[in-house]
Design a protein. Structure first.
Length: 373
């Protein structure tokens, strides 16, 4: 009996140890010139606690980050428009050391103004930056040592939209490769389009696909988007209209099947959407509202792909630009840009709803959260 008890205690201890795994979280921020811009945290996936490891990397407005699939490299945009370099922003490459610390590799110009998003192809051999003010995309090759080549291809968007002051010209806001790496999708806030490019080889591998774009509601302002795991649906969040549009693939063509608000029906103030993510199991979709300062929680029908709004929960801060779900799927973390903090919420496994943990960590102008998954 004593031996059995000892075995049970050992098993319990092992289970608790596994549950309390710590993950590295990188935080991108807005800075005032070259300064400590990327912060490194340890996240406890049992308690939800964040600990600042106090080994920041120097960068200029690293407003969006991405980590390579092998977890060896991190890439950060420099959201600037530098008049001395043809109003070009840039992308910086960093090597991730064993303890999570970042070591600078190189910096390349995007030849576009205010890059605000960066993504890698599934094989981590190509990188695309979205230049907001320039209204264009910049493509780079990634070298075997993780550093970036000079600009390989630049694609200029054209067009405008009806929203006063925000859609006088194109504004590329984000781009992502599909799971195959054969297609690149790009949300343009200025033209109300989700662009689609085929990815080939050669000097100019990006070309308009057979369906070159999906036209979205006039004045909606598509900003970010996420794919369903099976690749049949795309969820686009619109900054200007505070809505999410569900796109479904019929044969070889993407079509809109639903557009749904991210705000409560009785809300009358100004609010602007920012980020969107699906849960790993695909049952829930989350979107951030800046102004209403909330996360919208949707349940998702796995068959039809359609959404139902079930909760809008306060972020306990101001201006939730970007958020992320931890690698275990138990927590959602929010970067509150204007209140200078990161807040942590627990995700209810059954309903997908969020509950504030009471954990709030100070951080100057956090705008991007990226786990090293």
């Amino acid at each position: 009996m004593k031996l059995l008890l000892m075995c049970l205690v050992s098993i319990l201890f092992c289970v608790q140890y596994v549950e309390a795994k710590k993950h590295i979280l990188y935080v991108g921020t807005y800075t005032k010139g070259m300064a400590d811009g990327i912060f490194v945290y340890s996240f406890n996936d049992r308690s939800g606690k964040l600990v600042n490891l106090k080994m920041p990397a120097i960068s200029n407005n690293p407003s969006f980050l991405t980590v390579s699939g092998d977890k060896k490299y991190l890439y950060a945009v420099g959201e600037v428009a530098d008049p001395e370099n043809d109003h070009s922003g840039g992308v910086s490459a960093f090597r991730i050391e064993e303890n999570g610390k970042l070591s600078f590799l190189n910096h390349v110009q995007t030849h576009g103004a205010n890059p605000c998003h960066v993504c890698l192809s599934p094989d981590s051999k190509k990188l695309v930056a979205s230049n907001y003010t320039g209204g264009n995309l910049s493509l780079f090759n990634v070298l075997p040592n993780g550093s970036l080549t000079a600009l390989m291809q630049k694609i200029q968007h054209t067009g405008s939209g009806p929203f006063p002051g925000r859609q006088t010209e194109p504004h590329a806001h984000s781009a992502q490769f599909d799971a195959s790496g054969k297609l690149l999708f790009a949300a343009d806030l200025g033209t109300d389009e989700l662009k689609i490019y085929s990815v080939g080889t050669g000097e100019n591998p990006l070309k308009p696909d057979s369906q070159p774009f999906v036209k979205l509601s006039p004045g909606s302002g598509p900003r970010h988007f996420d794919f369903s795991a099976d690749g049949r649906f795309i969820y686009v969040i619109h900054e200007l209209s505070s809505t999410v549009t569900v796109l479904m693939k019929y044969g070889g063509e993407w079509k809109t099947i639903q557009t749904i608000k991210t705000l409560p029906k009785d809300f009358e103030g100004e609010s602007w959407c920012a980020d969107i993510h699906l849960s790993a199991d695909g049952r829930f979709v989350y979107g951030s509202n800046r102004g209403h300062n909330s996360i919208a929680v949707f349940t998702r029908d796995n068959t039809s792909g359609k959404l139902d709004l079930v909760q809008t929960v306060s972020v306990e801060g101001n201006w939730p630009r970007n958020f992320t779900i931890d690698p275990t799927g138990q927590f959602l973390l929010v970067a509150n840009q204007k209140s200078n903090d990161i807040t942590v919420f627990r995700i209810d496994e059954a309903s997908g709803k969020l509950k504030y943990t009471g954990i709030k960590v100070p951080n100057e102008s956090p705008v991007c959260l990226q786990f090293m998954k």
